[in-house]
Design a protein. Structure first.
Lengths: 226, 394
């Protein structure tokens, strides 16, 4: 199977109050096409930093991150933006929906930056909302939706552009257990139906256990579980 | 992202914050309004004064002591009635030559009093400077010859000193001396410059006696035709040169006066525009301020948009357009309200106001420039935000 993302001896350091903090200390692993991988670890272990690097939101201090075989270091701002826009779908712990837009508007947002005409955008957004079971909530604003519904809108936004890779950062962190399970079930369904590669970052062993493979991060290093 | 798309996103954000957007725009509205209104008033003053000078007639020559120049201290006149007579003799028609002697005085009649310009004038004065005596008569030759204490009142002086009474034949006192009213001048009406309705004309000989001074402040010559102005001017110069150095007097035509007044008023208009420009600048700083607040408030939104594929320049463009839309709208409303106020001021207040094309163009250009100028920095900061830090922002 071909690699979607590869990390090769990745270090990420940043200054915090004048002290150099090493969030990642030489991390290497590969995520292959069609996989469902959990990146697990306690808070502060560097797993979110890792997710940002995989999603081309950040660059490593040293080491190489390859996306589809291309070194992210070789890409400029515009190319990174295009990569995030077309290849990656993000799902965040706190949903990150724009309060002034409807569910439909929020889901259509990535397509705005792809230059898709407005009508087609709205059609595709409606399709994505239907895929997460929110066909009847298109005109609602985020504050009119429950937490679980908001996260489903965020998932629709992640898949609307048909990305190769969905990166979910603690997707159940702001939800109760039942709703969280529903969201995880839906993520798995999207992964299976569409063949999208899925990476979930979580500190909950229970959530991590649902994945096909687990990458354990402790103190900025990887301990891969079987 | 296409420009139209970016504009739509900017409008969404503006609509989401209606009150704040409105107040920010208000700063620009006031600035643009001030520019248009004040320039209109300056321009109105200029046109009115020009019209007032034109009323003097285009074939009038004015002879002043000293150099008629901006910033020159007034020169004490050394002209006397003898010079006036000699000019009349030289031109072969004393009826075309007049002179005055001016002093600000308090005049009283019964209980009323007013501070007015008392003009000691020759008998020829109304004809030469085209003032019409509406009621009664101007002084006779013998009034002037003997320095009789008679007075012709400007229209507003007559109103003020003799409210509801007929001033004809009544008496008033100037500097404690009694004068009899023989006539009232036709109303001129003017908002700028000396109020020519607040004048009292007395025989120049009486004025000289009253002020214990034999000087003449100015000599007026009416040329027969506009074409003979230059010829008359050179003859007047010849006569006066016998007694005075060339720099001791100056001869001005109506065009000269319009030129001098025009320069003064152009300056006034520019000063008004500059003051108004400052308020526009303050409006611009307000836009900049609000944009900075908006960027920091929407840090998470910026992080999200970047995560979803917005490039640095998409974000910058979005915020820049927001600033430009805010100031552009402010400029538009400012032009409408400024023009409306100028028209109202012109119609319902004594201030004349004329909206000029250049002030509108200037206001539009400056307000959009302000938007770009004061929007660029916040927008640039927005575009450069690190998406990871922005997403974590609380």
């Amino acid at each position: 199977m071909t690699a979607v993302v590869e990390a090769l001896d990745v270090w990420r350091s940043y200054p915090l109050d004048g002290v150099e903090v090493h969030a990642l200390r030489g991390v290497s692993f590969t995520i292959r096409r069609g996989e469902y991988v959990a990146i697990a670890g306690p808070s502060g272990s560097g797993k979110s930093t890792l997710l940002h690097l995989l999603g081309a939101l950040d660059r490593p201090t040293t080491g190489v991150v390859r996306f589809d075989g291309r070194d992210l270091d070789d890409l400029g701002d515009g190319e990174l933006a295009a990569l995030r826009n077309q290849r990656v779908g993000f799902v965040f712990q706190s949903f990150h929906l724009l309060p002034r837009l409807t569910a439909l508007g929020n889901v259509a947002l990535p397509l705005v930056y792809r230059g898709v005409p407005r009508r087609e955008r709205l059609e595709r957004a409606a399709g994505a909302l239907a895929a997460v079971g929110l066909a009847d909530r298109t005109t609602h604003r985020p504050n009119q939706l429950s937490g679980g519904q908001q996260q489903r809108v965020a998932m629709a936004r992640a898949i609307v552009g048909d990305p190769q890779l969905i990166l979910a950062d603690e997707p159940t962190g702001n939800l109760d257990t039942t709703t969280g399970d529903e969201v995880m079930g839906m993520l798995r369904a999207l992964h299976e139906e569409r063949g999208t590669t899925l990476v979930v970052v979580t500190h909950e062993a229970r959530i991590a256990a649902r994945a096909d493979r687990r990458i354990q991060v402790v103190d900025g290093r990887v301990e891969e579980a079987p | 992202m296409k420009l139209g798309e970016a504009a739509r996103v900017a409008l969404e954000a503006i609509r989401a914050n209606r009150l704040r957007s409105g107040l920010t725009t208000l700063g620009v509205v006031i600035g643009v309004l001030a520019v248009i209104l004040l320039v209109a008033i300056g321009q109105g003053a200029r046109e009115e004064i020009t019209a007032t000078i034109e009323d003097l007639g285009s074939n009038l020559l004015l002879v002043f002591p000293g150099q008629a120049d901006l910033g020159q201290a007034p020169t004490r006149s050394r002209f006397t009635l003898r010079d006036v007579e000699e000019v009349g003799r030289e031109l072969g028609d004393p009826g075309r030559v007049a002179a005055d002697l001016v002093s600000g005085e308090v005049v009283r009649a019964r209980n009323a009093s007013a501070f007015v310009s008392v003009l000691g004038v020759t008998r020829t004065f109304p004809n030469v400077v085209t003032r019409r005596v509406e009621r009664g008569d101007h002084f006779s030759a013998s009034d002037v010859a003997t320095g009789r204490r008679v007075a012709v009142l400007g229209a507003s002086v007559a109103d003020e000193l003799f409210p509801g009474r007929d001033p004809m034949g009544a008496t008033l006192t100037i500097a404690g001396l009694r004068f009899r009213v023989t006539g009232v001048l036709e109303r001129v009406g003017a908002s700028f410059g000396p109020d020519r309705d607040a004048q009292v004309l007395v025989p120049i000989t009486a004025a000289q006696r009253l002020f214990r001074d034999s000087r003449v402040d100015a000599i007026f010559v009416r040329a027969r035709t506009t074409d003979s102005i230059e010829q008359d001017a050179s003859r007047v110069r010849t006569v006066l040169s016998r007694r005075f150095r060339a720099d001791e007097f100056s001869i001005l035509t109506q065009q000269d006066l319009i030129g001098v007044a025009g320069r003064v008023l152009q300056l006034l208009t520019l000063v008004l525009a500059a003051i108004a420009g400052i308020s526009l600048l303050v409006g611009g700083v307000g836009v900049s301020n609000i944009m900075l607040v908006s960027v920091s408030e929407r840090t998470r939104e910026i992080g999200l948009r970047k995560a979803l594929g917005a490039r640095t320049r998409d974000i910058t463009l979005q915020f820049l357009l927001e600033a430009v839309v805010l100031t552009g709208a402010g400029g538009f409303v400012g032009i409408l309200s400024g023009t409306a106020l100028a028209v109202m001021a012109d119609r319902f207040s004594p201030l004349p106001a004329v909206v000029t094309g250049w002030s509108v163009t200037l206001a539009v250009t400056v307000s959009v420039a302000v938007g770009v100028l004061f929007g660029v920095w916040p927008a640039w900061r927005a575009g450069r935000l690190d998406p990871v830090a922005a997403l974590r922002h609380e």
